[in-house]
Design a protein around this ligand. Structure first.
Ligand code: PMP
Length: 388
């Protein structure tokens, strides 16, 4: 039997233009898209290695770190989670997951696959974790590794006390992993000052780059532990001692570890260049101002934010309660059909309960906030009237 070439691939590629105001990805700028149409380079070509070096400097800036072990994992945000856990965990290690939504659970699932004994400390529904709750869990479990998402995109909750958690982890001789995939750019994050051991972020959210390369950084302390492991990390592809050699992190000759996508590198490089040119503080201010404007608008529409405490609301992914009697799916479909604007529903514990509106990168502007508010209102009203 011969398998014929598929007919669908005879048609031209079709990609509609959409405004991505869900929890990510956000829209890429023209600068980023144009950069990605440059010619492909070999993954060991000096020009490619040079761009990797430039990207590395950009990552150090956005994380505010001087860590040598700063690089990208070739993969989406999940690959950052995997790499953080895979490198730090050895069989039987006790790992504690902070839960403010789905991400701590997902990290727990991964950690167990790497041989960890996993415990959870869970916040009340719609709340961040308090220092007391976490300290209590540290006393009970004495973890080797603690994971927390600074911003949980499923609930729209921000965990503000990372600095205190850095202190706590040092006190208990524990390693602190912080997921900043959804939060970086929307709130302050000072990796070195806060004594964070591993941080990773998403390229496709506030950075406005393409998905597929995940910036990650390991502290000197984490690197020392990894070098002293009794066994190698369980996944070759995530071994940061090897990936770091490819990225030129350790002063040793560059080695081939895998074929990085030069195309994605160009996009990420330009996204970082833009971010750095605007400046971290200005980027954060803009995301926060946009979120405040959205929150005011939500109130004016008679709607309610899901996270009751203002200081626990993530500026980048805003969660809004679905009003009683409204079908969130119809609202999202209306916005997409009529305006090609993405408004998302909930995830995990917030499914059916919330709308998620992302204000990230290109989409964190006053104009986009006003636009999405007006579309949300129209979509809700029309869904109440049963208009298609
Ligand atoms: N962590 C958080 C907090 C996220 O919001 C996401 C993406 N929504 C991820 C991890 C996973 O990222 P990706 O979808 O790029 O794998």
């Amino acid at each position: 039997m011969e398998v014929p070439p598929p007919l669908v691939l005879k048609r031209p590629l079709y990609v509609p233009s959409k405004t991505l105001m869900g929890p990510g990805p956000s829209n890429c700028s023209h600068r980023v898209l144009e950069a990605m149409s440059n010619p492909v380079l070999g993954h060991m070509h000096p020009e490619c290695l040079q761009i990797m070096d430039e990207v590395k400097e950009g990552i150090k800036y956005i994380f505010q770190t001087l860590n040598d072990a700063t690089m990208c994992i070739s993969g989406a945000g999940h690959s950052g989670m995997e790499a953080a856990l895979c490198n730090l965990i050895e069989d039987g290690d006790v790992v504690l997951m902070g839960i403010t939504g789905v991400w701590g659970h997902r990290a727990g699932d991964m950690a167990r696959r790497y041989g960890a004994v996993v415990h959870y400390v869970e916040a009340s529904f719609g709340r961040a974790l308090s220092h007391e709750e976490i300290t209590f869990a540290f006393e009970a479990h004495r973890p080797k590794v603690f994971f927390i998402a600074q911003g949980d995109s499923s609930t729209g909750i921000i965990q503000q006390n990372i600095r205190e958690l850095g202190e706590l982890c040092r006190k208990y001789d524990c390693f602190l992993i912080v997921d900043t995939v959804a939060s970086l750019g929307g709130t302050e994050f000072l990796m070195d000052e806060w004594k964070v051991d591993v941080a990773y972020t998403g390229s496709q959210k506030s950075l406005g780059g393409p998905a597929g390369l995940t910036p990650i950084s390991f502290s000197k302390r984490a690197l020392t532990r990894i070098r002293k492991r009794k066994s190698k990390p369980k996944v070759y592809y995530f071994d940061i001692l090897l990936i770091g050699q490819y990225w030129g992190c350790y002063g040793t000759p560059r080695i081939y570890h895998h074929t990085i996508s030069s195309t994605l590198l160009y996009g990420l490089r330009e996204a970082l260049a833009h971010f750095c040119a605007v400046g971290l503080k200005a980027v954060v201010r803009r995301h926060q101002e946009c979120s405040k404007r959205l929150q005011l608008g939500i109130e004016e529409l008679g709607l309610e934010m899901f996270v009751s405490r203002e200081d626990e609301r993530l500026p980048t992914v805003n969660t809004i309660k679905v009003p009683f009697g409204v079908d969130w799916k119809k609202v999202a479909e209306y916005a997409m059909r009529k305006y090609s604007v993405e408004i998302s529903g909930g995830l995990g514990p917030t499914v059916e309960h919330v709308f998620r509106i992302g204000l990230m990168g290109e989409n964190a502007t006053v104009e986009r906030v006003d636009m999405v508010l007006s579309i949300l209102n129209e979509a809700i009203q029309s869904s109440k009237l049963g208009i298609k």
